[in-house]
Write a protein that binds this ligand. Sequence first.
Ligand SMILES: *Cc1c(COP(=O)(O)O)cnc(C)c1O
Length: 385
Amino acid sequence: MTRKFKLERAHARIASKATMFKVLKYLDRRRVETPLLLIDRDKIREKVSLVGSGIRNSRVYYAMKANPDRGVLKLMDSLGMGFEIASEGELNPLRALKVAPDRIISSNPVKSVKFLKAAAKYGLRSFAFDSMEEVEKLARFVPGSNVYIRVAVANEGSEWPLSRKFGVELDIALKLIDYAREKGLNPAGITFHVGSQCLNMYNWDTALYKAKALWEMAEREGVKMSLLNIGGGYPINYTKGVVGVEAIERNIDRIIRDNFPSDIEVMIEPGRSLVGDAGVFVSSVIGKARRGHENWVQIDVGVFNGLMESIGGIKYTYLVENGGGKKKGFTVAGPSCDSFDVMGAEVQMPEPEVGGLMLILSAGAYTTCYASEFNGFPIPKTKII
Ligand SMILES: *Cc1c(COP(=O)(O)O)cnc(C)c1O
């Protein structure tokens, strides 16, 4: 069976030609059961070698919440990646892979006691914090460990902001650094997160200058830090081209060189940018309808089983099988009976056929890990190709 998809120049800007070629070849050779997430291992390899290469003294820790698929973790491990984790559920598969504890950090500012005990037992030594309560837990369960304070930074222009939940202002941060030291922890440095899918380069500038101010405040109190953890946030292409990793890192590297000690240790925690554009969802069109003035198309992957981020504003690129004709606007919805299960309105695409396939590009991050079996629709399987 030959599957026909019309690739436009715009599509090649979202998923690379090499990735699309592999996906189409995979679909040509077999009958696939949908929904299915295909992950291009070569794309992940390419991103792993790119991310971090522009920032001196940096080490990359994959934020595994973006895609904790066992195959993905194995690949990351074989490529020598570090890992950023938040829970026992994320520690367990790394333990099974025998990832050395010095390659694992936890930057979730609030960690459960159960997780801290497991982390201590396995030998983790690097943790984020942003409260007195967390300092007390860390001092008790992982005494003497290296801790870094999460500061609040601007998340404007990030499509998935994270700043409302975590991070403190500098005066509080300074008090917490002192408190950590008093409790026998090593206040090693500072962390922030500019927001996920950050399209505003300026967020890194303001975050780094804020970190520099705190660094100097701490130094005046006699605390000499050594670590800057710049979190994640590097964006990928969903429907339009975004600023590349090279340009972002060139800017970050320059600011770090100009404002921090030359022997500073830098941690980077990318999630989305390492796996996002390596993934392509293969879904089936299960129905169409004309309701009011809208053309609706329903597919077997939706908000509840993989495309959750579409309700937060992420817009995906959809590729229609046999779609050569004129485009029109469709409301694209998932399979469930819930009215939240709508991914987008006025999505321009050629007329899809019921029973045909629909590909969704850049679907490797924050998709299957969010999925549930709500309403009886399956969580998509993952296949690494
Ligand atoms: C989610 C998260 C990341 C990864 O963010 P991306 O935007 O996917 O790169 C990194 N660090 C922390 C602490 C996070 O919570």
